[in-house]
Structure formats: structure tokens, C-alpha cells
Design a protein around this ligand. Structure first.
Ligand code: GDP
Length: 297
């Protein structure tokens, strides 16, 4: 029932890159995401503190945009990939300059490579006296990962997520990489994309953060997301401000689904509310049958 219509080249417009931050534990993923959010996402007039909604969009001084998945670590990345969701365009891999290439660094690199996602290395904690970014680049070279300083093609940026050093330059490198990828999407159709996270909010009901990947999502649209469905009652951006439409590469939290879909579930907009609900019900039934079967075995 989900129709696949080829986009005409003239319908495709440039879209912002979608970025995931990965790396070894304690190397500074959260600090980097927090710094970027703090510097670029201003709280809405109504709210004070911006809510963590699993993804946020930033707009740089030159007007260009980047969408970040605010769930550090490759667990989220692999969970989404396991569900067939190809969300990330570019992976930032954070490596602490006072440490080494650690097991989870290697895992993050292989996950990005397996997904065919270009990597940018953020060599972090350069404010520390024991930081040795050159050693990290040398270790990468020995793994056949040549950064630009070493005559290779992989971009890298020395940063201090804590002090904000180099973060602006890192974002510029993300945009440079995005330019090479020529990312495009058709905004003039019913929206489709991926669920980033969802939870039950006391008072507001089920809140789902979704990333629109193609088309434009509107209030009043009938949405099917995994085993849940519903009519969109309200949408908010990362500042907690109400929005009426969300185009490609835009993360929004939506109200109106009848449950919490899982991270990595795809969502689609339907013309007909009943059709969306029927598919959701069918998926729930199938899931139940499957779990009964696995319990018997
Ligand atoms: P994550 O596990 O990769 O998300 O790492 P965190 O962002 O939680 O950082 C782990 C620890 O390193 C925290 O204590 C941070 O304050 C610290 N840290 C992160 N970035 C920097 C940095 O640029 N400089 C210094 N000195 N400490 C940092």
C-alpha cells in the first residue's frame, strides 16, 4: 500500500546533511553534541531549556543547515541500520587525543564503512596537556586511514568539545563533505522518514521524534510509524516551538500517534486514516504471532 514513485530530477532540491556522532566511551561524543547544540540552538521564546528530543537541526551563520542525531554511540546507529533505516549521511568519529584508537573507535569506523557513510575524525580534548593529536593521526595512518594532513582524503579536525575550540571548523568540514555528496530530496510529496525516539509524556501523550527524509510533513497528516498510527495534532522543533510543516532533513517531535514506535521504524503519510490504522493493526498482530511462536520454540 506504500507507493513508491520515482522523483523527477527537477523535483529534487538540496537538503541538509544528517550527521551521527560515534566513538569510544568517554572520548567526548556527548560533550561535542552538547556544545554544538548550546552554540547553535537557541531556546524558544516560550521555553527556557531546550528539551532533549533525540535529534536537532542547526543553522550556521551562513544560513546552511545540519541535522544531528543526538543519540551518541553506535548502538543507536546499528539499531537503526538493523531496522533497515539508512539515516546518516556523514559520521563524525570522536577520538580523545590523550588516549588511543580504542575498540569502540574501531567498531564505529567499521560501522560507518559498512554503511558507506563518509567519516570525519574529531580529535578531541586537545586542551589537555597530555593530548597528542599527531599520535592519533599516525595510528589512523597505520590502519590505512589517511587524514588530509597525512596526504589522505579523510577530513579531520582537532577540537576541544569542552572549550569549543575547532568545533566551528568541524561543522564547516561537515558542510564541505555534504557538498560532495550532493544530497537531494523531493519536498513536494507526502512525507516519509525514520523514527529517532519516542516516549510517553505525562499530559501530552506519546511524543515521537522523527526525521523527515523526503516530502513535507504537515499538521493533520495521517501517519503510520512501525506498529503505530495517528493523525498529527502538533509538531515542535528542537527549540520547543510549534511548527506547521517539516521538510526533508528536519527533525520534529510530533503528537498524535497511538503509541510509541521504536527508534529506526520508518514512517509514512497516508491519504486515508483507516488504511494507516489497518496496517498498524496488522503489524501488531504479526508481531504477537511471532512472539508466541518464539515462546513455543
Ligand atoms: P562520551 O562518553 O563519548 O559521550 O564522552 P563525554 O562527552 O561524556 O565525555 C567524557 C568525559 O570527558 C567528561 O568528563 C567530559 O567532561 C570530558 N571531556 C569531553 N570533551 C573534553 C574536552 O574537549 N576536554 C577535556 N579536558 N575534557 C573533555
Amino acid at each position: 500500500a506504500i507507493e513508491v514513485i520515482e522523483d523527477k530530477p527537477e523535483d529534487l532540491v538540496e537538503r541538509a546533511p544528517i550527521v551521527t556522532v560515534m566513538g569510544h566511551v568517554d572520548h567526548g561524543k556527548t560533550s561535542l553534541l552538547d556544545n554544538i547544540r548550546k552554540e547553535n540552538v537557541i531556546a524558544g521564546e516560550s521555553g527556557g531549556i531546550t528539551q532533549h528530543i533525540g535529534a536537532y537541526g542547526v543553522q550556521l551563520d551562513n544560513g546552511q543547515k545540519i541535522a544531528f542525531l543526538d543519540t551518541p554511540g553506535h548502538e543507536a546507529f546499528t539499531a537503526m541500520r538493523a531496522r533497515g533505516a539508512q539515516v546518516t549521511d556523514i559520521a563524525i568519529i570522536v577520538i580523545a587525543a590523550d588516549d588511543d584508537i580504542m575498540p569502540q573507535t574501531k567498531e564505529a569506523i567499521s560501522h560507518a564503512q559498512a554503511a558507506g557513510v563518509p567519516i570525519i575524525f574529531a580529535i578531541n580534548k586537545i586542551d589537555r596537556p597530555t593530548a597528542n593529536p599527531e599520535k592519533i593521526k599516525e595510528r589512523l595512518a597505520s590502519m590505512n586511514l589517511l587524514v588530509e594532513d597525512w596526504g589522505g582524503k579523510i577530513q579531520s579536525q582537532d577540537i576541544s568539545a569542552k572549550q569549543g575550540t575547532g568545533v566551528k571548523e568541524l561543522l564547516e568540514k561537515v558542510l564541505l563533505e555534504a557538498e560532495l555528496l550532493e544530497l537531494k530530496a523531493n519536498p513536494n510529496k507526502r512525507a516519509a522518514g525514520t523514527v529517532v525516539e519516542a516516549f510517553l509524556d505525562k499530559g501530552r501523550g506519546y511524543v515521537s521524534t522523527i526525521l523527515v527524509q523526503s516530502g513535507t510533513l504537515k499538521i493533520g497528516d495521517y501517519v503510520l510509524a512501525g506498529r503505530n498510527s495517528g493523525k498529527i495534532k502538533a509538531m515542535q522543533d528542537e527549540r520547543g516551538q510549534e511548527v506547521k510543516v517539516a521538510g526533508p532533513s528536519t527533525p520534529v517531535s510530533i503528537l498524535g500517534l497511538d503509541g510509541a514506535p521504536q527508534a529506526g521504524d520508518k514512517f509514512n503519510v497516508f491519504d486515508d486514516e483507516r488504511e494507516a490504522r489497518q496496517i498498524a493493526t496488522k503489524r501488531t498482530q504479526l508481531q504477537r504471532e511471532q512472539s508466541v511462536r518464539t515462546q513455543r520454540h
